[in-house]
Design a protein around this ligand. Structure first.
Ligand SMILES: [Zn+2]
Length: 169
């Protein structure tokens, strides 16, 4: 399905003709997201529109959405995380041009060729939209509190409990 999405495009040409692109990528096809293998079967949908901003730079307006399986860093169980992010980018040739952009724009540096890697851009936006420390919204470890703390580090054990076991010997 993703075959019809061009791998790279000329951003200026797209802006001049006010072209857009939309499609889907399999989560497993994103090279930098391979630390979330639970999402292997999922897809991420996107849409981008190119045009020229009033001050002359190329702008890309778009959104990315999908559901990924992230690992909860509190209970270490996978959970569904819905991503929905919108963005407004200014395609610029070098980093130093970023300073002159109106603040609503997120700079996107492409280099002299003005060639833009479509999936790379989508992956950037997706990564920005993911939580740094993924966690369930609810108090997911509540159900584990009743159980004995199996992997409790040594120094966190109650010293009186340790004494108790020594006495019994
Ligand atoms: Zn959790």
């Amino acid at each position: 399905m993703s075959n019809r999405i061009p791998e790279r495009i000329n951003a200026k040409l797209f802006a001049r003709t006010e072209r857009g692109l939309n499609g889907q990528y399999a989560v497993q096809s994103f090279g930098r997201l391979n630390d979330i293998p639970q999402s292997a079967g999922e897809v991420v949908a996107f849409e981008v529109e190119f045009s020229f901003a009033p001050n002359g730079h190329i702008q890309v307006k778009g959104h990315v959405s999908g559901t990924l399986q992230l690992m909860c860093q509190r209970c270490m169980q996978p959970f569904d995380y819905s991503v929905k992010t919108e963005f407004l980018l200014a395609v610029i040739e070098s980093e130093h041009l970023a300073e002159s952009l109106p603040e609503q724009y997120e700079p996107y540096v492409v280099g002299d060729s003005e060639e833009l890697q479509v999936q790379d851009l989508i992956e950037d936006e997706l990564i920005l939209a993911l939580p740094i420390i993924p966690k369930h919204e609810h108090d997911c470890i509540a159900k584990f509190r009743e159980k004995p703390p199996v992997e409790e580090p040594e120094e966190r054990k109650n010293p009186f409990a340790v004494l108790e076991t020594l006495k019994q010997k």
